[in-house]
Design a protein. Structure first.
Lengths: 449, 305
């Protein structure tokens, strides 16, 4: 009797475990049976022509299959905005529901790649520009978007390039670009009698005047290990080193990262070190925003995506372009977001229809209106922005040559070494020449992958 | 009737299945993966090239691999030493004080010392990041006349590793304290009485009676500290980030492994998982050997007793 009871109990334990396991693994088949893949659903019709609110399909029409798509992204801040945009799309195409599923930005690339490999990735996904995106396309994860209606016609070549393969194939539809600049507190500037600087020398003068008056001039710090490079130094590099054709000379090895232009750039940023907050080694990106928003610092070198953070600050603020040496007329205008779709999706037609909608004036305007301020549409149609600060940012482009962040197009492996170099000259542990030499050494020894 | 045969095996089965499936298999599989590389898009057998690369002058993050790896090993050793010296020695001290039966409010102190252990590491990290940030702490410290203490402790390469280690000690000191308390309470009062009658000082009671009798606990604590420290990642990630800033001063084996094998360098996210598996395998073997040595030593001591 006792033995039987033991056996029964043991069996029960095993059974419950098996059930648990089955429940864990059983999710996939369950969802597939809910949505049996049927023949191509009739959603090819250009969505722009669709009436704004379709009545739900009546019983005598062939019912449109309800399709649920997911969209992966690194923009955790944009959940409300993108959900709003997707709701507007659903109003046009009622049978397609797209769910926005962003992940923590630094983890996006690795998470996405693991999901793609495991076959659990979203149907639509934000695509990184240049070599990260190209890598995913080469591995066959991102679908070819070249044929999407409107894509090749409605975007300038320069805006397509970041998501283009060397052979001209597109792996995503450009969505938004960001700009970089110096946020400045107009009230402090007026109070201390300084004006917007046009050159780096003037910028340092402004910093000195402010510091002498007891104000922390620049809010930036280095603790988070990305903003100092992406927002601050690479903005300077556009002016100190160059953009476009000059950048390509460095990419090809025709010019060296240890040349005068770079040494001058490192020397210049080192000049700014005394004007960063005292203890800037511990100042994070959030600290920087808090310092600027509280009036604790007069300037912050940051990207346009931060505009809405300062919506409610009790002072007047503006932006000016990150200054360079006298003759500088370049700006860091960075192709940031694009949306591609999964090669393995069960609903390629629905994905393509959504992306084609983003290539129309109506779709792009809706997207631009939904996105947070500071993300600029890349499509050729003229799209009005309402936020004055966003327009101020965009106005910085006029008369300047825009380019992506220097290392993005081909030299992403220099991101880390260049960040180390910048941190080194700011903390005084490296001379500008030593910093430049270290980056050149890194360039000469690319990773083998 | 006494049940005979292997009936007890049924009880083992569920745990065994979970263990094999979710622990032993992934562990062994990661050893297998360390001989593969997926950098070309598919897994390819590459022999020991991951291992030889790790110890070579091939470049990673702009410097030779061996330099980054060596730096991570060195930092982890320092991290471990600080834990042994601060966390475990203080833990013993607290335990001796807490087992003093004449002291009032013992349970309160015990709870206070144990409290940080219950915090989520991200909370600890965030809290200390703010406390040690001169931007936010300066006003308070200057008010106390301690303005010189308002330094970017977590931002200077000279102080960052010590600061992170001490934060970790602060959080986990409750564990060795509790274990030492339990060990000390097990010692029979007769021994103390006998020692007092013989005229032994407090000092020699500690060295001759308390310490030898809690030596097995010391062994266990050492192993736990050793294993946890050489796998540490979370506290650095929470206070500094996965790059081990500033200037790789807080780059431990754990963060190095995460950066190489899982996260990839921001913003590329180009993880080299075969290499990650190789780093994990070396750490794993090293931990096994280290643990066996400590375990063996404390076990024999137990038998001698």
């Amino acid at each position: 009797m006792k033995r039987k009871l033991t056996l029964a109990l043991a069996l029960l334990l095993c059974m419950s475990m098996l059930i648990g396991l089955a429940a864990c693994g059983g999710d996939d088949p369950a969802t597939t049976t809910d949505n049996p893949p049927t023949d191509a659903p009739p959603t090819d019709a250009p969505p722009t022509d669709a009436p704004p609110t379709d009545p739900p399909p009546s019983a005598d029409d062939p019912p449109l299959e309800d399709v649920e798509l997911t969209m992966a992204s690194w923009r955790t801040d944009d959940v409300a905005a993108v959900t709003d945009l997707l709701a507007k799309y659903k109003a046009l195409v009622p049978n397609v529901t797209i769910t926005f599923q962003p992940v923590n930005p630094p983890d996006y690339n690795s998470t996405l790649e693991m999901q793609l490999e495991a076959g659990t990735a979203a149907d639509l996904m934000y695509a990184r520009s240049y070599d990260v995106g190209q890598g995913l396309f080469n591995k066959g994860y991102l679908a070819d978007c070249t044929g999407i209606t409107g894509l090749m016609d409605n975007f300038a070549a320069g805006n397509l390039a970041p998501w283009q393969m060397p052979d001209g194939k597109m792996f995503a539809v450009p969505f938004a670009a960001v700009s970089h600049g110096v946020y400045y507190n107009k009230d402090i500037f007026a109070d201390k009698g300084v004006s917007v600087p046009n050159t780096w020398a003037e910028f340092i003068d402004v910093c000195k005047t402010l510091k002498d008056a007891g104000v922390t001039p620049i809010a930036n710090g280095i603790a988070d290990n990305w903003d100092i490079l992406e927002c601050f130094f690479l903005s300077m590099v556009s002016n100190y080193v160059g953009v476009g054709a000059t950048r390509e000379q460095y990419e090809n090895g025709d010019k060296k990262f240890s040349d005068d232009a770079w040494v001058k750039a490192y020397t210049a940023i080192a000049e700014a070190a005394p004007y960063l907050p005292s203890g800037f080694q511990s100042v994070t990106y959030d600290d920087m925003m808090a310092l600027f928003a509280s009036g604790g610092a007069a300037m912050a070198v940051d990207g346009s995506w931060t505009i809405s953070v300062y919506d409610d600050v009790p002072f007047e603020w503006g932006v000016f372009a990150v200054p360079g040496p006298n003759d500088s007329k370049n700006i860091n205008f960075h192709p940031d977001m694009a949306i591609g779709y999964n090669n393995a999706t069960k609903y390629p037609e629905e994905c393509k229809a959504f992306l084609a909608w983003l290539c129309t004036q109506e779709g792009a305007s809706t997207a631009s209106a939904a996105l947070p301020t500071g993300f600029f549409p890349m499509i050729d149609f003229s799209i009005q922005l309402t936020d004055p600060h966003a327009n101020e940012f965009l106005a910085l482009n006029s008369g300047r040559e825009p380019d992506a962040r220097f290392v993005w197009p081909k030299l992403m492996f220099l991101y880390g070494p260049m960040l180390d170099a910048v941190n080194g000259v700011l903390t005084g542990s490296l001379t500008p020449q030593a910093a430049a030499d270290a980056v050149q050494t890194a360039y000469e020894n690319p990773p083998t992958d | 009737m006494h049940p005979s045969g292997l009936y007890w095996a049924w009880y083992l089965l569920p745990a065994l299945v979970v263990y094999l499936l979710f622990m032993a298999f992934p562990l062994l599989d990661s050893v297998r993966l360390s001989f593969f590389s997926d950098n070309t898009g598919s897994w390819e057998f590459v022999g020991i090239s991951n291992y030889s690369k790790l110890f070579s002058n091939e470049f990673f993050e702009g410097v030779p691999y061996i330099q980054r790896y060596g730096n991570a090993i060195k930092n982890t050793c320092v991290f471990f030493c600080i834990h042994m010296l601060v966390q475990n020695v203080l833990g013993m001290l607290f335990a001796v004080i807490l087992t003093n039966k004449r002291m009032r409010g013992r349970t309160v102190y015990q709870a206070v010392i144990f409290l940080p252990t219950t915090f989520a590491i991200l909370v600890t990290g965030y809290l200390w990041k703010l406390l040690l940030n001169p931007i936010w702490s300066r006003g308070f410290l200057e008010g106390l006349g301690l303005g010189s203490l308002s330094q970017p402790w977590l931002g200077q390469p000279e102080t960052a590793l010590t600061a992170v280690s001490l934060i970790s000690c602060w959080q986990w000191i409750g564990i060795p304290t509790m274990m030492f308390v339990a060990g000390l309470l097990n010692i029979s009062d007769d021994l103390y009485e006998a020692a007092e009658i013989e005229g032994a000082s407090k000092w020699s009671i500690f060295w001759r009676i308390k310490l030898p009798l809690v030596k097995p606990v010391v062994g266990m604590i050492s192993i736990l500290t050793f294993v946890n420290n050489f796998n540490a990642f979370d506290i650095v990630y929470a206070t500094e980030g996965a790059n081990g800033p500033p200037a790789y001063a807080t780059d431990l084996l754990g963060t190095f492994f995460a950066r190489v094998g899982i996260l990839g360098q921001h913003p590329r996210g180009n993880a080299d998982r075969g290499m990650g598996a190789a780093i994990a395998t070396i750490t794993f073997i090293f931990l096994i050997i280290g643990s066996l040595i400590v375990l063996n030593n404390t076990r024999t001591k137990e038998k001698e007793k």
